[in-house]
Each structure stands twice: as structure tokens, then as C-alpha cells.
Design a protein around this ligand. Structure first.
Ligand code: RRO
Length: 317
């Protein structure tokens, strides 16, 4: 579980991503960093060096949701299982309350805002995209496809054909960049990424959490989490993330946002080397809310020390 911040190998500068210019390649994973709550908890200090080059919201649904009954978390070996269940104030509440509050923090102006949405039918997704399209504060939309389609019964993100059909049906509803957040809980994530690309995705992001379960201590075979199963994140999934990001980056032309267990610049660099354009930090932000800034700084420092090494090397030849 060590998290050394060393070893970045190539220069890290501003990154072009779907027409946006980001100061560095580190963003947050959706649902792992609440900028409004963080500002309340940590004050201005947190906002002086905002940890991410773009801010990705928690998943928003059309209607408000209370989320799953507790318990919602389980500490796994080298990871975390969550069964949060999409609690959110719904699209109207997000647009009316959160967008102005995020703008007051400078999100949108200082760093682009990426709004993550989820719908359980093409019609619901279309409504979410249209609403985002009307708001200039939103730079891009990330579509979370880790859910079943109530119309077809198929898991939208787990089936390449279903993913392509749903995206083709909704793609025209927004001109903003559309990032599709893939699920790792599928037979062939590269085929799903190709389906997303054919359906009109401007980028894909992965990996979401791996489906997992924990049993209640001394509870026989009783599941611990209120939602029965949950999603495993953290260092435990880093090797899976690396394999899936490499497979997807080799399969599609659109940019890839890689994530899964990143704790250090070394881990971020590995995903960049595997073909990711951006890297998201997720579970590590729960341990260290400034992890994103630490990792971005360390990537830059690694790049500077490599450049110095090159200069020294050429001087001595
Ligand atoms: O809210 C959640 O329980 C949740 C979501 Br929407 C997701 O995409 N991934 C995850 O691990 N948890």
C-alpha cells in the first residue's frame, strides 16, 4: 500500500482533452470528491490549490434519490467496497443549487466542470443531456453507463451493441463533449469502448468499481452492505485498471481517462504510459483530500528532473 511519488518519466504540461485545455492530467473520479463539502470542511486552504485540473461531479439522475440503506462502506484488503446507491438531489436540484454554488467556488472558471449523469433509458439520458446542453457552466458531460436499461433489461454499459444503440439515440442532444464512463463488469471492455466510440462518445473513462460483496462479521452468510453488493475501488483494483485501460486505449481513437487505485505519480504515470490522456484519482482522496494536487505536482517534478537529467547527460557527452 506504499504510495511513492517518484518516477515520472516524460514531460507533463497542459493537456488538450476534447477541446478543453487542462493545466495537468489529474482529475477526480466521479463521486469521490465533493467540492462543496470539501470547501465546508477544509475552508479556503483547499481552494487555494484546487487538487484537480477539471472537476467531475457525483452522478446526477433525473429524479432525486435517497441512496442505499446503510451500511454503505466496507474496508476491504487494500480497498473499499461502496454501496452508496446514487444519492443525489436530482437534475433540477443540481442545476438550481449546486451549479451556482460550484460557480461561487470558481469551478467552471478556474477548472472546467464535467457533470456526470446516469439514466435508465435512452429517453432519460436524452433529458439529462439536453439539460446539461443548456447550461454554459458545464464544459462536458460524463455518462455513467453502469446501470440496466429499464426498456431492454440489458446492462447499458456491459453490452457493446446496447451501448452503441443507446448512445446513437441520444448523442445529438448535446454538442458538449460526451465522455462515456465504462463499466469493468463486462466480458470485453475493449468491445464496449468500441461500441461507445461508434455511438458517438468523444472520450471514454474507466474503470468504475468492480462488483464485490462483503459478509457481515459473525453474521453467517448475511451480506454486510445495505445494497447487498457494492463496488470495489482502491489499490486492490489498480492492476485490473491498468490492464483494462491498456486494452481500451489500443482499441479506440478517442481519448481515454484512466483510473483505478491511483495513489501516486508513479501510478498515474503507468496509466498515462498505458495510453490514458487523463488520470482520475478516486479512493485516495478520502485519505488525502489534496492527493490530486500532490500527484500533479509530483508528475511535474518528475518531468523537470528528467529534463535536467537530459541536459546534464548531453553536457557530459
Ligand atoms: O453511487 C454509487 O453507489 C456508485 C456509483 Br453511481 C458508481 O458509478 N460507482 C460506484 O462505485 N458507486
Amino acid at each position: 500500500m506504499s504510495a511513492p511519488d517518484a518516477g515520472a518519466a516524460v514531460p507533463v504540461a497542459a493537456v488538450e482533452f476534447c477541446g478543453l485545455t487542462l493545466a495537468h492530467p489529474i482529475v477526480n473520479g466521479s463521486g469521490t470528491f465533493d467540492a462543496l463539502a470539501a470547501r465546508r470542511a477544509f475552508g479556503d486552504e483547499l481552494m487555494r490549490e484546487f487538487p484537480f485540473a477539471a472537476y467531475v461531479s457525483k452522478t446526477i439522475t433525473l429524479a432525486p434519490r435517497a441512496g442505499n440503506p446503510p451500511p454503505r462502506l466496507w474496508e476491504a484488503p487494500a480497498g473499499l467496497i461502496n454501496s452508496i446507491g446514487l444519492p443525489n438531489k436530482g437534475l433540477a436540484g443540481y442545476l438550481a443549487e449546486d451549479l451556482p454554488a460550484l460557480a461561487a467556488l470558481g469551478i467552471g472558471a478556474r477548472v472546467p466542470l464535467i457533470t456526470n449523469v446516469m439514466g435508465s433509458s435512452a429517453e432519460e439520458i436524452a433529458q439529462l443531456l439536453e439539460a446539461c446542453e443548456r447550461r454554459p457552466e458545464i464544459a462536458a458531460v460524463e455518462l455513467n453507463v453502469s446501470c440496466p436499461n429499464v426498456d431492454t433489461g440489458l446492462d447499458i454499459g456491459a453490452d457493446p451493441g446496447e451501448l452503441e444503440r443507446v448512445l446513437s439515440a441520444v448523442r445529438a442532444r448535446t454538442a458538449k463533449p460526451l465522455i462515456v464512463k465504462l463499466t469493468p463488469n463486462t466480458a470485453d471492455v475493449a468491445a464496449c469502448a468500441r461500441g461507445a466510440e461508434r455511438g458517438g462518445a468523444d472520450a471514454v473513462s474507466l474503470i468504475n468499481t468492480l462488483r464485490a460483496m462483503a459478509l457481515a462479521p459473525r453474521g453467517g452468510a448475511r451480506p454486510w452492505l445495505g445494497g447487498r453488493t457494492g463496488g470495489l475501488s482502491g489499490p486492490a483494483i489498480r492492476a485490473v485498471a491498468l490492464a483494462q485501460v491498456a486494452a481500451v486505449a489500443a482499441a479506440v481513437q478517442v481519448p481515454v481517462v484512466g483510473m483505478g487505485g491511483v495513489q501516486s505519480a508513479t501510478h498515474a504515470r503507468q496509466l498515462l504510459d498505458a495510453g490514458a490522456r487523463l488520470v482520475a484519482v478516486g479512493t485516495e482522496s478520502f485519505r488525502d483530500p489534496l492527493a490530486g494536487a500532490r500527484i500533479a505536482r509530483s508528475l511535474r517534478a518528475g518531468a523537470r528532473s528528467e529534463a535536467a537529467g537530459h541536459r546534464a547527460g548531453s553536457a557530459s557527452v
